[in-house]
Design a binder for this molecule. Structure first.
Ligand SMILES: [Zn+2]
Ligand SMILES: [Zn+2]
Length: 259
């Protein structure tokens, strides 16, 4: 029996080789993944696990404590509670967490997910996020996971919304419904990286709206691939709160330093 299982695995690997999401090299994880969520242990068997390879693990920066209590950005000093950005302004979401620092190979990885059709990376990102924050996410008692939407024009061009792919996998593992139908992007906003801080805010203020049916949710998790100043999360959280959602949390795959 074990031989058959092993054989199927080898065959699957040949048909659908697993790639490390960071270096994009084909590799075969030797073991599954395990993480604890509110007292229960979730196990992902080796055949379904898509972790970062051992080489890359040591080369990318996982966000660790001390991190900003508000947005999750890594902090320089132990004594700070908030990053400079969060000390200055209030966010519309209650708390945010991020997995990796947005630089180097992480940056390239996200680029390939968005523009290189490496959709399977979304599964890796979600699994890595849960390994890091499974307990925290579970304790939020979420009613829904909501991806930051793309404008439908952009989604059509790309063929998919990368945040939605990540959200779907997170929701599946957390056993929380994924609602990509409640939050919509209204205008095709200019890419945020072309704008300064003030322009970013204005650019996003009216970028989101709630679908016609409204929202009947109390506590939600917003999911995005990159967090920089938080203005995207804020824009989305704001409209959700205005529509009656009382608690909005945020999670992102990567987070910029020094904003
Ligand atoms: Zn790698
Ligand atoms: Zn912060």
């Amino acid at each position: 029996m074990r031989r058959i299982v092993q054989g199927i695995r080898v065959l699957l690997h040949l048909l659908y080789p697993k790639r490390c999401p960071i270096c994009d090299r084909v590799w075969r994880p030797r073991e599954g993944m395990e993480f604890s969520m509110g007292g229960r242990t979730v196990k992902i068997p080796v055949s379904c696990a898509y972790p970062v390879c051992d080489t890359c693990k040591g080369q990318i920066t996982y966000v660790q404590e001390p991190a900003c209590k508000q947005c999750g950005k890594p902090l320089e000093g132990e004594r700070q509670e908030f990053c400079g950005d969060c000390a200055r302004k209030e966010h519309a979401f209650l708390q945010g967490k991020a997995l990796w620092v947005y630089k180097g190979a992480v940056k390239e990885s996200i680029y390939r997910l968005k523009y290189g059709n490496r959709r399977e990376y979304a599964v890796s990102y979600a699994q890595e996020l849960l390994r890091q924050y499974g307990g925290w996410l579970y304790r939020r008692q979420l009613d829904a996971v909501i991806p930051i939407p793309l404008h439908r024009k952009r989604k059509r061009q790309r063929g998919y919304n990368q945040a939605e792919l990540i959200a779907r996998e997170l929701g599946r593992l957390l056993e929380v419904p994924v609602r990509s139908d409640v939050l919509l992007r209204t205008v095709n906003t200019r890419p945020q990286k072309e704008l300064n801080d003030k322009e970013r805010k204005n650019n996003l203020k009216k970028a989101f709206k709630i679908a016609e049916n409204g929202v009947q949710l109390d506590c939600v998790l917003l999911v995005d691939d990159i967090y920089t100043t938080g203005s995207t999360m804020d824009g989305a959280a704001q409209v959700l709160k205005e529509a009656g959602v009382s608690r909005v949390y945020a999670v992102s795959v990567s987070i910029g330093r020094g904003y």
